[in-house]
Design a protein around this ligand. Structure first.
Ligand code: EPZ
Length: 430
């Protein structure tokens, strides 16, 4: 297994570009299953482990996939194996995103239950109950979700809580259902808007994405599309925190600035300077080049993670590192997942003063972090440990970086390009 080694203390400078958004690419690639004839082309697709996993899943189903750097061509006309097996789904929960498209196009699906992960139980009951309301008959047994539907029909569905992939699954299912579907209390994340834009380009009729009520009018067929994935707001915010923890000053290119109000607001409140330097039009995406300046002293502040447009749970671990270096006491409350503080124990080993009380972490700063061997437990926790290493005195060795590679493409190379003293060691095959 690879490790990443960081020697802290460098101030980052220069420029770095934000890659395509993992959490937009995953549902969009899954949506290719809805197209029964022809080949779609997706560009600006981030080169991540999770992307290769979903491509492997789609090709085992019979889709033809051609991937070249950030461009992926998918022809799903030959799909005939309607199963997502446990050995693939257990490596990436987002495989559940094939359930809605399979039921919509083929009326049949067998998808392994994703099971929990390090950050929580991650149930999919809302995906299932929504599909049942659209006419699917679903059995859950032997760890699999077996679904059947002669043809899905429209329904008026209210989610108990805003689920991102639940909303995405039902939006995709509804595009080919008979009649109109209304999703209420739907998630509002920008990645859902990206999926809806791509589906509209395929011929779907969708309104209200980005609000809590989405209306989808079913059509008979969707056609192939060429689509560019939006930039990744979580990678962008993670790189902003890298400026904050190193008192860096650099240019962040292709940043989805307009989708980042909550996290940019908190970083600015802590004392960082974050300003667009120009407006670069990317096809369909407002992407800005942004100057990011971390400066000391940073002010400690309270944050509560919430569904979009609130502060994203996917930035909680990274923001915690910044608060370790800030003056005063900060309280970070995680309201979305029940076990998303695994990084705390590793940060404590680096000298952070953090107390966990239920769903809240109380951070006292500023703390001088010291480099140490640490272990990643999940995707965003691994990013937070690398960020802590950038600020720490001495050497930090982050193990199990396969977690990091799920959501960040060559993260250490991007930080190296900004002047960080960081490199990857690949374990020798024994
Ligand atoms: C998506 O996960 C993201 N993943 C996660 O990003 C992100 O943390 C999460 O949304 C919240 O923003 C992808 O988009 C691929 P949810 P998802 O359904 O859809 C409960 C990362 O780091 N819930 O919005 O699985 C659930 O337990 C990953 O990139 C149910 O109870 O999250 C959680 O408490 C991590 N029943 C809450 O809703 C359901 O049927 C929000 O989960 C579904 C969800």
């Amino acid at each position: 297994m690879d490790t990443i080694i960081v020697r802290g203390g460098r101030q980052l400078s220069g420029e770095v570009e934000v890659s395509g958004a993992k959490n937009a690419a995953l549902p969009i690639l899954a949506s290719s299953l809805l197209v029964s004839r022809g080949c779609s082309r997706f560009t600006n697709v981030p080169r991540l482990r999770d992307i290769s996993t979903i491509c492997t899943l789609l090709s085992t189903m019979g889709a033809r996939i051609d991937a070249h750097e950030e461009t992926i061509d998918i022809d799903a006309s030959g799909v005939s194996f309607l199963e997502a097996s446990y050995d693939l789904v257990k490596t990436m929960r987002a495989s559940i995103l094939v359930l809605g498209p399979l039921l919509a196009r083929f009326g049949e699906a067998a998808v392994s239950l994703p099971g929990g992960c390090a950050i929580g139980a991650r149930p999919v009951n809302l995906h299932i109950s929504g599909l049942e309301m659209m006419g699917a008959s679903i059995k859950v047994e032997h760890g699999y979700i077996y679904g059947r539907a002669r043809r899905l029909h429209g329904a008026d569905i209210t989610f108990d809580l805003p689920t991102v992939t639940g909303t995405e699954n039902l939006v995709m299912a509804a595009t080919l259902a008979q009649g109109t579907t209304i999703l209420r209390n739907a998630a509002r994340e920008p990645e859902i808007g990206d999926l809806a834009s791509c589906l509209r380009r395929m011929g779907a009729r969708i309104e209200g994405d980005g609000t809590a009520t989405i209306t989808i009018e079913g059509v008979e067929e969707l056609h192939p599309v060429e689509y560019e994935i939006m930039p990744d707001r979580i990678e962008a915010a993670t790189l902003m925190v890298a400026a904050g923890v190193t008192s860096g000053d650099f240019l962040l290119k292709n940043c989805p600035f307009g989708n980042m109000g909550a996290e940019i607001g908190k970083l600015q409140e802590a004392g960082m300077i974050i300003n667009p330097v120009d407006k670069r039009e990317k096809s369909g995406h407002d992407a800005l080049d942004v100057r990011v300046v971390g400066q000391r002293p940073l002010a400690g502040l309270d944050v509560k993670t919430m569904p979009y447009p609130g502060f994203p749970t996917d930035m909680q671990a990274q923001f915690m590192v910044l608060m370790c270096l800030a003056r005063g006491t900060s309280v970070i409350t995680e309201t979305v997942f029940e076990n998303r503080f695994m990084h705390v124990f590793e940060l404590q080993r680096m000298g952070a003063d953090i107390e966990v009380e239920g769903r809240s972490a109380i951070i006292k700063g500023p703390q001088k972090l010291s480099g140490a061997p640490v272990m990643a437990s999940d995707l965003r926790a691994s990013a937070s440990l690398v960020l802590a290493g950038l600020a720490a005195e001495g050497e930090t060795i982050v193990s199990r970086v396969y977690h990091l590679d799920r959501g960040y493409f060559q993260f250490e190379k991007k930080l190296q390009a900004l002047g960080a003293d960081i490199w990857r060691e690949t374990a020798k095959a024994v």
